[in-house]
Design a protein around this ligand. Sequence first.
Ligand code: FNR
Length: 178
Amino acid sequence: MKLLGVSGSFRSGSLHTRLLDEGARMLPDGVELVRLDYRDVPLYDAEAGHPDAVGALKQAIADADGLVIACPEYNHSIPGVLKNALDWASRPAFDSVLVDKPVALFSASPGVVGGVRAQAHLREVLHGVLARVYPARELSFGSARTLFEDDRLVDPKARERLERYLVGFAEWIGLAGR
Ligand code: FNR
């Protein structure tokens, strides 16, 4: 089973990218989580044809059994880079690589709220593109900087929550596919 990790942050020290990489190390044998690099995806332009980076984005999504989106909260919503990629991937409308695609999502923030407002917006977007969102308790990490030491997720409770969520997602995809 192949999961595609999508970080909504391109920052080298991104909490979200780090959480995805930690999650990749927690998955059982037979399940891999590979992170998507979508920096080259241009701004959406309906008249731009089929840029190579968009083709690569769509192929990566099509090849994945599920997406894991790590979504920062920017001004109470989802980052533009992530929305832009989802907009490209969502075409042709209602017949795109996102239709019926299993998706898990989580957020983190240095603030106490943990990005849950962005998650609500992301769920709405995913609903719009007819993706299948993992029906589990929301996963968010407030005060997230305190959970890391030397770039590693060290907080035991946070590690447990992340592992439970991702393993549950992998099981859900497996069960749902039967
Ligand atoms: C933020 N941040 C933020 N945090 C939050 O809890 N609520 C918010 O509305 C916002 N708004 C916001 C806007 C913009 C433009 C930036 C750059 C940042 C803080 C944000 O959650 C924090 O920078 C995270 O660390 C971003 O995720 P990465 O880059 O660490 O993965």
